[in-house]
Design a protein around this ligand. Structure first.
Ligand code: 13P
Ligand code: SF4
Length: 363
């Protein structure tokens, strides 16, 4: 039986250790544990952490990679809380998932809790009867994924949102899309649903925001957003157009609809990376996504001119909580057989959430 502890704060001693010494120790532990240790790293992680990742990817890729891994007893997830929960749901009972810093949450996932969601569902059933299917972006808690699984819905990522929205409309007349209104709006709009047929559910006021005939509503968007991607504005796009006439603008669909509409390309993290990789030398790009990734793309493509769409952008603060000292602390505790910060989703929630995830994998 694995001992469990949740130590929120990094011991002071780690703050005094030298970078080279910490890096060497991470390498030693990785070599000693071999395949029993697996470190997945999301593309938005810092370089100091990404350099030790055994696999990097966007949220869909990392979920798939963790589901396929049958060897690792210890999965130290370098990403945010909902991703580690998904990894725990998709891995075996003898595989333990950890988050190096428990404060690495996601403000978007925090914008939909299960109590708000149950309340919203009751209201919406009164308005629309049994005509709604719920879809949740994977950027949501395990409890929300379980809710969606219970109600015959599925999870979605930014890489497969179009497919999943089409799938959902084959099941029911209307969609409730949680928790990111922007991904929901941008995806539905691309698929031909006019903004006039999209309502917003406000979970704070318990209120459906819609002007018009409710029969017309096709998509109900949860009023949540990514605190990083909403910082790209139409003024940013206009400024790029003015100063760099040859520059292409590429953004993540978590950005506002008017920003996505003005951009030349929009797509998931994976799509953005692949588009830049395949672009010809000398091409110019303004990228609207998380800053650690933009900086990495700038560094790895010196033959292209790349800038952030918003020159004053910061990295995702919660992704950034995972740093070299926290990674090493987590690894050293595993080696001492005194692991910390394990992420464990209870059996019932995991079972229901898995049905939502599996519907997505099947589609
Ligand atoms: P993807 O990894 O699905 O592109 O999601 C972006 C994101 O905001 C992750 O937190
Ligand atoms: Fe959450 Fe946005 Fe940060 Fe992703 S980038 S973890 S969605 S706040």
């Amino acid at each position: 039986m694995l001992k469990e502890r949740r130590d929120v704060l990094l011991p002071e001693s780690y703050k005094r250790r030298k970078i080279e010494e910490m890096e060497e120790r991470v390498r030693e532990i990785k070599a000693a544990l071999g395949k029993a240790l697996f470190i997945p790293g999301h593309h938005y992680q810092k370089d100091e952490v990404i350099k030790f990742a055994d696999a990097t990817g966007d949220s869909l890729q990392l979920a798939q990679i963790c589901a396929q891994n049958k060897d690792a007893e210890h999965i130290v997830f370098c990403g945010v809380h909902f991703m580690a929960e998904t990894a725990d749901i998709l891995t075996g009972v003898k595989q333990y998932v950890y988050l190096p810093d428990m404060r690495a949450g996601c403000s978007m996932a925090d914008m939909a809790n299960i109590f708000q969601t149950e309340r919203a569902w009751n209201h919406l059933q009164q308005f629309f009867d049994d005509t709604i299917i719920p879809l949740t972006y994977v950027n949501s808690t395990a409890a929300i994924k379980a809710f969606v699984g219970r109600h015959k819905g599925a999870t979605v990522t930014s890489s497969n949102a179009h497919l999943m929205v089409k799938w959902a409309f084959r099941q029911k007349e209307r969609i409730l899309f949680l928790p990111d209104q922007h991904l929901g709006r941008n995806t539905a709009f691309d698929l031909g649903i006019p903004l006039s047929q999209m309502a917003i559910w406000d979970p704070v006021k318990d209120e459906l925001v819609y002007e018009g005939n409710l029969d017309e509503v096709k998509v109900i968007l949860w009023k949540g957003h990514c605190s990083v991607h909403v910082n790209f504005t139409i003024q940013n796009v206009q400024s790029v157009r003015q100063h760099y006439p040859n520059m292409r603008v590429i953004v993540h669909p978590e950005c506002h609809h008017d920003v996505v509409a003005l951009a030349d390309h929009n797509g998931s993290t994976k799509y953005i990376i692949e588009t830049i990789e395949q672009a010809p030398p000398g091409s110019e790009w303004a990228i609207g996504t998380e800053m650690n990734l933009v900086n990495r793309l700038i560094a790895s493509h010196p033959d292209k001119k790349i800038i952030s769409l918003n020159p004053h952008m910061c990295p995702c603060l919660t992704m950034n909580r995972i740093d070299l000292p926290h990674l090493l602390w987590n690894l050293e505790k595993i080696v001492l057989n005194d692991p910390i910060n394990r992420i464990q989703v209870d059996e019932k929630t995991a079972q229901e959430a898995i049905t939502a995830l599996e519907r997505m994998f099947k589609v």
